[in-house]
Design a protein around this ligand. Structure first.
Ligand SMILES: Nc1ccn([C@@H]2O[C@H](COP(=O)(O)OP(=O)(O)OP(=O)(O)O)[C@@H](O)[C@H]2O)c(=O)n1
Ligand SMILES: Nc1nc2c(ncn2[C@@H]2O[C@H](COP(=O)(O)OP(=O)(O)O)[C@@H](O)[C@H]2O)c(=O)[nH]1
Ligand SMILES: [Mg+2]
Length: 208
Protein backbone atom coordinates (compact mmCIF):
# COMPACT_ATOMS: atom_id res chain seq x y z
CA UNK A 1 0.00 0.00 0.00
CA UNK A 2 2.16 2.85 1.33
CA UNK A 3 1.24 6.53 1.40
CA UNK A 4 0.54 8.62 -1.64
CA UNK A 5 0.85 12.34 -2.15
CA UNK A 6 -2.40 14.10 -3.01
CA UNK A 7 -2.58 17.09 -5.46
CA UNK A 8 -2.07 19.47 -2.55
CA UNK A 9 1.13 17.66 -1.63
CA UNK A 10 -0.34 16.32 1.63
CA UNK A 11 0.48 12.75 2.51
CA UNK A 12 -2.63 10.62 2.34
CA UNK A 13 -2.73 7.46 4.41
CA UNK A 14 -4.84 4.63 3.13
CA UNK A 15 -7.21 2.81 5.49
CA UNK A 16 -4.82 -0.15 5.38
CA UNK A 17 -1.93 2.01 6.58
CA UNK A 18 -3.99 3.51 9.37
CA UNK A 19 -5.10 0.20 10.87
CA UNK A 20 -1.62 -1.26 10.45
CA UNK A 21 -0.24 1.55 12.63
CA UNK A 22 -2.98 1.25 15.27
CA UNK A 23 -2.32 -0.20 18.68
CA UNK A 24 -3.66 -3.75 18.55
CA UNK A 25 -4.23 -5.99 21.58
CA UNK A 26 -5.38 -9.58 21.19
CA UNK A 27 -7.55 -10.87 24.05
CA UNK A 28 -7.39 -14.66 24.16
CA UNK A 29 -8.87 -17.12 26.64
CA UNK A 30 -11.34 -19.94 26.86
CA UNK A 31 -15.09 -19.51 26.52
CA UNK A 32 -16.39 -17.89 29.69
CA UNK A 33 -12.93 -16.97 30.97
CA UNK A 34 -13.96 -13.32 31.32
CA UNK A 35 -12.64 -11.72 28.13
CA UNK A 36 -15.74 -9.61 27.52
CA UNK A 37 -15.94 -8.54 31.17
CA UNK A 38 -12.35 -7.29 31.17
CA UNK A 39 -12.62 -5.65 27.76
CA UNK A 40 -15.54 -3.52 28.96
CA UNK A 41 -13.41 -2.25 31.81
CA UNK A 42 -10.51 -1.48 29.47
CA UNK A 43 -12.87 0.53 27.27
CA UNK A 44 -14.04 2.54 30.28
CA UNK A 45 -10.53 3.31 31.53
CA UNK A 46 -8.49 3.63 28.34
CA UNK A 47 -10.98 4.49 25.60
CA UNK A 48 -9.94 1.57 23.41
CA UNK A 49 -12.36 0.14 20.89
CA UNK A 50 -13.61 -3.32 21.80
CA UNK A 51 -14.24 -5.66 18.91
CA UNK A 52 -15.51 -9.09 19.94
CA UNK A 53 -15.33 -11.45 17.00
CA UNK A 54 -18.18 -13.45 18.51
CA UNK A 55 -20.35 -10.32 18.81
CA UNK A 56 -19.64 -9.37 15.20
CA UNK A 57 -20.73 -12.83 14.10
CA UNK A 58 -23.85 -12.72 16.28
CA UNK A 59 -24.76 -9.35 14.76
CA UNK A 60 -24.59 -10.94 11.32
CA UNK A 61 -26.81 -13.79 12.52
CA UNK A 62 -29.29 -11.28 14.01
CA UNK A 63 -29.50 -9.45 10.68
CA UNK A 64 -31.24 -12.51 9.25
CA UNK A 65 -28.99 -12.56 6.16
CA UNK A 66 -28.26 -15.76 4.25
CA UNK A 67 -24.67 -15.59 5.46
CA UNK A 68 -26.01 -15.22 9.02
CA UNK A 69 -27.97 -18.45 8.69
CA UNK A 70 -24.86 -20.37 7.69
CA UNK A 71 -22.93 -18.82 10.58
CA UNK A 72 -25.65 -19.67 13.10
CA UNK A 73 -25.44 -23.36 12.18
CA UNK A 74 -21.67 -23.42 12.70
CA UNK A 75 -21.76 -21.49 15.99
CA UNK A 76 -24.56 -23.66 17.37
CA UNK A 77 -22.22 -26.61 16.97
CA UNK A 78 -19.35 -24.78 18.69
CA UNK A 79 -17.18 -25.00 15.57
CA UNK A 80 -15.10 -22.27 13.95
CA UNK A 81 -16.52 -20.22 11.10
CA UNK A 82 -14.30 -19.81 8.01
CA UNK A 83 -11.30 -17.65 8.72
CA UNK A 84 -11.90 -15.09 5.97
CA UNK A 85 -15.42 -14.36 7.18
CA UNK A 86 -14.32 -13.29 10.66
CA UNK A 87 -11.24 -11.49 9.44
CA UNK A 88 -13.15 -9.39 6.91
CA UNK A 89 -15.67 -8.41 9.59
CA UNK A 90 -12.93 -7.39 12.01
CA UNK A 91 -11.11 -5.42 9.35
CA UNK A 92 -14.24 -3.51 8.29
CA UNK A 93 -15.05 -2.72 11.91
CA UNK A 94 -11.51 -1.46 12.51
CA UNK A 95 -11.56 0.77 9.45
CA UNK A 96 -14.86 2.26 10.60
CA UNK A 97 -13.34 3.27 13.96
CA UNK A 98 -9.68 3.90 13.25
CA UNK A 99 -9.91 7.69 13.16
CA UNK A 100 -11.51 7.93 16.60
CA UNK A 101 -9.85 5.02 18.35
CA UNK A 102 -6.93 4.99 20.77
CA UNK A 103 -6.36 1.33 20.04
CA UNK A 104 -8.18 -1.92 19.46
CA UNK A 105 -9.03 -4.83 21.70
CA UNK A 106 -9.56 -7.83 19.48
CA UNK A 107 -11.55 -10.20 21.71
CA UNK A 108 -11.88 -13.89 20.92
CA UNK A 109 -9.39 -13.78 18.06
CA UNK A 110 -7.16 -15.47 16.91
CA UNK A 111 -8.82 -18.81 17.60
CA UNK A 112 -6.04 -20.75 15.89
CA UNK A 113 -2.49 -19.93 14.82
CA UNK A 114 -3.52 -19.60 11.18
CA UNK A 115 -6.05 -16.87 12.11
CA UNK A 116 -3.24 -14.91 13.76
CA UNK A 117 -0.99 -15.26 10.74
CA UNK A 118 -3.69 -14.10 8.36
CA UNK A 119 -4.58 -11.17 10.62
CA UNK A 120 -0.99 -10.00 10.50
CA UNK A 121 -0.87 -10.32 6.72
CA UNK A 122 -4.10 -8.44 6.13
CA UNK A 123 -4.11 -5.98 9.04
CA UNK A 124 -1.05 -5.70 11.27
CA UNK A 125 0.86 -7.01 14.27
CA UNK A 126 -0.40 -6.99 17.87
CA UNK A 127 1.71 -5.26 20.53
CA UNK A 128 0.23 -7.32 23.38
CA UNK A 129 -1.69 -10.53 23.91
CA UNK A 130 -3.77 -10.68 27.07
CA UNK A 131 -4.17 -14.32 28.00
CA UNK A 132 -7.24 -14.52 30.23
CA UNK A 133 -6.76 -17.77 32.09
CA UNK A 134 -9.36 -19.67 34.13
CA UNK A 135 -9.79 -23.33 34.98
CA UNK A 136 -11.99 -25.49 32.78
CA UNK A 137 -14.48 -26.12 35.55
CA UNK A 138 -14.67 -22.37 36.30
CA UNK A 139 -15.41 -21.59 32.67
CA UNK A 140 -18.14 -24.22 32.48
CA UNK A 141 -19.73 -22.92 35.69
CA UNK A 142 -19.69 -19.31 34.45
CA UNK A 143 -21.12 -20.22 31.07
CA UNK A 144 -23.92 -22.33 32.55
CA UNK A 145 -24.80 -19.35 34.76
CA UNK A 146 -24.58 -16.92 31.85
CA UNK A 147 -26.74 -19.28 29.81
CA UNK A 148 -29.65 -18.68 32.20
CA UNK A 149 -29.97 -15.14 30.83
CA UNK A 150 -27.74 -14.71 27.76
CA UNK A 151 -30.18 -16.12 25.24
CA UNK A 152 -27.14 -17.49 23.40
CA UNK A 153 -27.93 -20.74 21.67
CA UNK A 154 -24.35 -21.95 22.28
CA UNK A 155 -24.48 -21.45 26.06
CA UNK A 156 -25.76 -24.99 26.70
CA UNK A 157 -23.93 -27.93 28.22
CA UNK A 158 -23.29 -29.85 25.02
CA UNK A 159 -21.99 -26.89 22.99
CA UNK A 160 -19.96 -25.55 25.93
CA UNK A 161 -18.08 -28.85 26.05
CA UNK A 162 -17.30 -28.64 22.34
CA UNK A 163 -16.18 -25.02 22.60
CA UNK A 164 -13.89 -25.93 25.47
CA UNK A 165 -12.37 -28.90 23.62
CA UNK A 166 -11.74 -26.74 20.57
CA UNK A 167 -10.20 -24.05 22.75
CA UNK A 168 -7.65 -26.47 24.19
CA UNK A 169 -6.90 -28.01 20.82
CA UNK A 170 -6.82 -25.01 18.49
CA UNK A 171 -6.52 -21.84 20.57
CA UNK A 172 -3.99 -22.70 23.27
CA UNK A 173 -1.26 -23.11 20.61
CA UNK A 174 -1.87 -19.45 19.74
CA UNK A 175 -0.53 -18.51 23.17
CA UNK A 176 2.68 -20.50 22.64
CA UNK A 177 3.07 -18.93 19.20
CA UNK A 178 3.00 -15.37 20.56
CA UNK A 179 4.92 -16.21 23.75
CA UNK A 180 8.02 -16.72 21.67
CA UNK A 181 7.67 -13.07 20.63
CA UNK A 182 7.48 -11.92 24.24
CA UNK A 183 4.12 -10.15 23.97
CA UNK A 184 1.97 -12.50 26.09
CA UNK A 185 0.76 -11.40 29.54
CA UNK A 186 -0.99 -14.18 31.42
CA UNK A 187 -3.83 -12.94 33.61
CA UNK A 188 -5.28 -15.09 36.41
CA UNK A 189 -9.01 -14.82 35.86
CA UNK A 190 -9.96 -16.91 38.91
CA UNK A 191 -9.64 -13.76 41.05
CA UNK A 192 -12.51 -11.30 41.63
CA UNK A 193 -13.22 -9.13 38.56
CA UNK A 194 -11.60 -5.95 39.92
CA UNK A 195 -8.43 -7.74 40.91
CA UNK A 196 -8.24 -9.33 37.48
CA UNK A 197 -8.60 -5.86 36.01
CA UNK A 198 -5.73 -4.57 38.17
CA UNK A 199 -3.45 -7.04 36.38
CA UNK A 200 -4.90 -6.21 32.99
CA UNK A 201 -4.32 -2.49 33.61
CA UNK A 202 -0.72 -3.15 34.63
CA UNK A 203 -0.11 -4.97 31.36
CA UNK A 204 -1.60 -2.11 29.35
CA UNK A 205 0.26 0.55 31.32
CA UNK A 206 3.45 -1.30 30.47
CA UNK A 207 2.95 -0.59 26.76
CA UNK A 208 5.00 2.19 25.27
N1 LIG B 1 -12.74 -15.89 15.69
C1 LIG B 1 -13.91 -16.52 15.90
C2 LIG B 1 -14.78 -16.09 16.91
C3 LIG B 1 -15.97 -16.79 17.11
N2 LIG B 1 -16.29 -17.83 16.31
C4 LIG B 1 -17.55 -18.56 16.47
O1 LIG B 1 -18.42 -17.84 17.31
C5 LIG B 1 -18.73 -18.59 18.50
C6 LIG B 1 -18.88 -17.69 19.69
O2 LIG B 1 -17.70 -16.94 19.83
P1 LIG B 1 -17.43 -16.09 21.14
O3 LIG B 1 -18.49 -15.15 21.41
O4 LIG B 1 -16.04 -15.53 21.06
O5 LIG B 1 -17.55 -17.24 22.20
P2 LIG B 1 -16.62 -17.84 23.26
O6 LIG B 1 -15.20 -17.96 22.95
O7 LIG B 1 -17.24 -19.09 23.63
O8 LIG B 1 -16.52 -16.82 24.37
P3 LIG B 1 -17.58 -15.87 24.97
O9 LIG B 1 -17.88 -16.56 26.22
O10 LIG B 1 -16.83 -14.60 25.01
O11 LIG B 1 -18.78 -15.74 24.20
C7 LIG B 1 -17.61 -19.62 18.59
O12 LIG B 1 -17.95 -20.76 19.34
C8 LIG B 1 -17.37 -19.92 17.10
O13 LIG B 1 -18.37 -20.77 16.59
C9 LIG B 1 -15.42 -18.24 15.33
O14 LIG B 1 -15.70 -19.20 14.63
N3 LIG B 1 -14.24 -17.57 15.12
N1 LIG C 1 -16.32 -14.64 39.56
C1 LIG C 1 -15.98 -14.11 38.40
N2 LIG C 1 -16.87 -14.16 37.38
C2 LIG C 1 -16.50 -13.62 36.21
C3 LIG C 1 -15.22 -13.03 36.03
N3 LIG C 1 -15.14 -12.59 34.75
C4 LIG C 1 -16.30 -12.91 34.15
N4 LIG C 1 -17.14 -13.51 35.02
C5 LIG C 1 -18.47 -14.02 34.71
O1 LIG C 1 -18.29 -15.11 33.81
C6 LIG C 1 -19.20 -15.07 32.71
C7 LIG C 1 -18.46 -15.04 31.38
O2 LIG C 1 -17.80 -13.82 31.27
P1 LIG C 1 -17.56 -13.14 29.84
O3 LIG C 1 -16.88 -11.83 30.11
O4 LIG C 1 -18.80 -13.16 29.04
O5 LIG C 1 -16.47 -14.18 29.29
P2 LIG C 1 -15.92 -14.43 27.84
O6 LIG C 1 -16.69 -15.61 27.35
O7 LIG C 1 -14.48 -14.78 28.02
O8 LIG C 1 -16.12 -13.19 27.04
C8 LIG C 1 -20.05 -13.82 32.90
O9 LIG C 1 -21.30 -14.23 33.39
C9 LIG C 1 -19.27 -12.99 33.92
O10 LIG C 1 -20.13 -12.27 34.76
C10 LIG C 1 -14.31 -13.00 37.15
O11 LIG C 1 -13.19 -12.49 37.08
N5 LIG C 1 -14.76 -13.55 38.30
MG1 LIG D 1 -17.29 -12.81 25.18
Amino acid sequence: MGCSASCSGRIVHSDDDKIKDAKIIFVVGGPGSGKGTQCEKVVAKYGYTHLSSGDLLRAEVASGSERGKTLQAIMQKGELVPLDTVLDMIKDAMIAKVDVSKGFLIDGYPREVKQGEEFEKKIGAPCLLLYIDAKGETMVKRLMKRGETSGRSDDNEETIKKRLDLYYKATEPVIAFYSSRGIVRKIDSELPVDEVFGHVAKAIDGLK
